[in-house]
Design a protein around this ligand. Structure first.
Ligand code: PHE
Length: 448
């Protein structure tokens, strides 16, 4: 093991440099930035949380991101075989498999939420969304009905159509179009939001740090968020890393993805908080913030159905570019493990994900919501197991692997010798401890 040749063993289908960076950014920027980040920042007092989040992103997220990209490119395999090739150990291959399983589970509810974003985009543009009088009731009625199933199917079919075409003409081409489009829509919405009368108050809430709001819980939430939003622990970055050649600078990719990720989270906040302050929406209300609360603001705004449609369209695009990367993790595994063709792997896996996502979606409301395991409905259970258990474990695995096991990690990373030392230090002594804390906290073994 060690340095492998430059010819990928998975397939000859590879990313160009731009395509690689666009696709990695596409994976990172998702519902995590535009839906989750604003509501957890709202819950933890805005500005101070932002600072903690950026620190976590730099000291925990970036080192692990670089580790995962390096493992993928060094191992030239899927998220499991890359470990195997670099270490020769089945145990490491199994820990890599955990991340693939995590991405499969995440896909089973991520596609549900992606479906919601498509529904909200569509009904906002047509205006039918605004016929409702109570938006939070509308949200719970919709998510609890059979309606979302058709929308999640559409979301999955879009992913299927892209993944079928492979790495360069599927994933890369899609991201090269969507990422710039995403940026344009984001800027339009930000300008619109900043012209609202509550813009200053909103921006102040988002940027003015109030450190009294920072608790142990907010730090752990920030860490978890940094992790999720960089697509770590789910095999996505390992898989994408395996599709890029040795000329690509992985450190540049790490900087671009992390920088892009922060920028999108910042702009998301600059869109949402001016709106909440202008229209008297409670910023700290949790997951319903975007779907249940914001439509009221769009309804009150001139041309609101267009801005609402653009906003939810933005969410949908971000969700789809992430979902594509999650699906690819599984497809890449099936292709090499069972020697399936790409088409077969894509059809079968998408179909299974669709089947599981039906009860997942129906568990959001009265239809299957009463079936609970350990107090969780299926949607929350899948989220919990994947995000709180599998994700930190596989994130820990990639840190420890690059820090202690794989001797050529520093070389593959392309860092200069001084930075290599700093990076390996973080991977050995800092990131594992922090990720372990997140894990213990999220499974309830640590109380703060
Ligand atoms: N990073 C994505 C987001 O912020 C989620 C994701 C995680 C996507 C892991 C792919 C892999 O929404």
């Amino acid at each position: 093991a060690g340095q492998s040749s430059d010819s990928p063993s998975n397939s000859g289908d590879q990313f160009s440099s731009i395509g690689f960076i666009a696709s990695a950014i596409g994976s990172a920027i998702g519902l995590g930035n535009l839906w989750k980040f604003p509501y957890i920042a709202g819950k933890h007092g805005g500005g101070a949380f932002l600072i903690v989040f950026v620190i976590c992103l730099i000291f925990v997220g970036m080192p692990i991101l670089l580790a995962e990209l390096s493992i993928g490119r060094g191992g030239r395999g899927n998220a499991s075989t890359s470990y195997l090739k670099l270490s020769g150990s089945k145990l490491w291959a199994r820990s890599g498999f955990l991340s693939i399983f995590a991405s499969f589970l995440i896909m089973c509810f991520y596609s549900v939420v992606a479906g919601w974003t498509l529904y909200y985009t569509f009904t906002s543009f047509t205006g039918s969304l605004y016929e409702s009088t109570n938006f939070s009731e509308h949200f719970s009625q919709f998510t609890g009905s059979y309606g979302p199933i058709i929308w999640q199917l559409i979301a999955l079919l879009i992913c299927l159509a892209i993944i079928m075409r492979g790495v360069s003409s599927g994933i890369e081409r899609f991201n090269k179009i969507l990422i710039p489009l995403l940026a344009i829509v984001l800027v339009i919405l930000m300008v619109r939001s900043l012209m609202l009368p509550g813009a200053l108050e909103g921006a102040e809430f988002f940027f003015k740090p109030d450190f009294s709001k920072i608790t142990g819980e907010s730090v752990l939430d920030a860490l978890g968020q940094a992790f999720f939003s960089l697509s770590l622990g789910m095999g996505a970055m390992i898989t994408f890393g395996s599709y890029v050649n040795k000329k690509q600078s992985l450190t540049a990719a790490t900087l671009a993805v992390s920088g892009g990720n922060i920028l999108y989270a910042l702009i998301a906040g600059l869109i949402i908080f001016p709106v909440t302050f202008t229209y008297g929406i409670e910023a700290g209300q949790g997951p319903g913030l975007v779907f249940a609360a914001l439509p009221a603001a769009f309804e009150a705004m001139p041309f609101g159905s267009i801005f609402g449609g653009l906003f939810f369209g933005l969410l949908a695009m971000a969700a789809l570019t992430s979902a594509v990367s999650l699906l690819e993790v599984n497809v890449a595994y099936a292709i090499s493990k069972w020697k399936w063709s790409r088409a077969r792997a894509t059809y079968l896996i998408t179909f299974i994900i669709f089947l599981i996502s039906i009860p997942t979606s129906l568990s959001m409301g009265g239809i299957l919501g009463d079936y609970k395991l350990w107090g969780y409905n299926l949607f929350d259970l899948i989220d919990y197991v994947a995000s709180n258990i599998l994700l930190p474990i596989s994130g820990l695995a990639s840190t420890l692997f690059a820090g202690y096991v794989w001797k050529y990690a520093a070389e593959e990373s392309g860092l200069t010798p001084l930075w290599q030392r700093g990076w390996i230090f973080l991977l050995r002594y800092i990131t594992p401890i922090l990720v372990a804390f997140v894990f213990l906290y999220s499974v309830g073994l640590l109380n703060i």
